[in-house]
Design a protein around this ligand. Sequence first.
Ligand SMILES: Nc1ncnc2c1ncn2[C@@H]1O[C@H](COP(=O)(O)OP(=O)(O)O)[C@@H](O)[C@H]1O
Ligand SMILES: Cc1ncc(COP(=O)(O)O)c(N)n1
Length: 313
Amino acid sequence: MLRVNGHVVRALTVAGSDSGGGAGIQADLKTFAAFGVYGASVITGLTAQNTLGVQGVRYVDPAFVREQMRSVLTDIGADAAKTGMLGSAAIIEAVAEGFAEYPVRALIVDPVMVAKGGEPLLDADAVSVLKQRLLPLASVVTPNLPEAEALVGGRIVSWDDCHQAARELFRFTGGGLVVIKGGHVQKDWAGQSPYGGSLVPHAVDVVFDGDAFTYFAAMRIPSHRTHGTGCTFSAAITAARAAGASWIDAIASAKAFISEAIRRAQDWDVGGGHGPTDHSAPAQVVHGLSAGRCYAYVGGTWEEVAGRRGNPV
Ligand SMILES: Nc1ncnc2c1ncn2[C@@H]1O[C@H](COP(=O)(O)OP(=O)(O)O)[C@@H](O)[C@H]1O
Ligand SMILES: Cc1ncc(COP(=O)(O)O)c(N)n1
């Protein structure tokens, strides 16, 4: 287990269980382990789920979510924590109160709303509670495109829209970074990179720190085994940050990890539908990247690429 200054590095996930093991709590704990970080978990709900879809959901009583948080945070503690599936407004309230009572130094909020198969994992009336109660506590928020659309209340169909949404979400985080994940970017606007020039076919994640935009581009892997990519990515940011990385380095570490996890699972046979990614991919904490730059993940390392620095087109 990784130690920093003699202490075991600890991460906490507050999320739902995926019985299929590819997303949720299971993805998070496997990812923490891949980074050598000790993982604790607060379970918000159970899903009966596999690679074909979600067959059933049961949420945990909000008071019991709070009790799990108290158990973990008054004893083991966490160098960084993340949230995933929260399900209902009442659970979000409980989680926000839990983090207010037992603050953590770093909180990554992955605003999970729907499963890849389209099944809702958050009640419709909970979006505004997430925005008002949890985003202000977030050090980083990691929406995918549909989640960013739901949070800002408008369509995102261009990089301009994406930059605008990031600026708007930044107002809610009170200083926390906004990472808009590019897994869902449509072909017709992926033909352009967000910072000038073309960089196709890449999955580009856009990071906004209130001042500059930083871009992370990795080869888009043609695979339908992308179940749990968002959970894995946010868990990897949590683990890398817990291990002491800067935020930009933690996000780069996570992007490299998810790229490798997708690549390794491309042709494996776990389930008959949207398969999971391979969490046994190599995990490494990247060091020394800077905000306001454009980076491409090439041949297992990050390279700065030409483009407009710091500001979008
Ligand atoms: N086919 C793919 N090839 C490479 N990277 C991908 C692919 N699909 C998603 N990603 C990356 O995986 C991470 C999770 O993104 P996304 O799939 O948009 O999240 P979610 O699972 O929340 O919908 C992001 O870093 C995204 O760029
Ligand atoms: C319990 C649970 N939590 C989250 C997701 C979202 O998965 P993805 O990372 O693919 O968006 C999921 N399908 N199940």
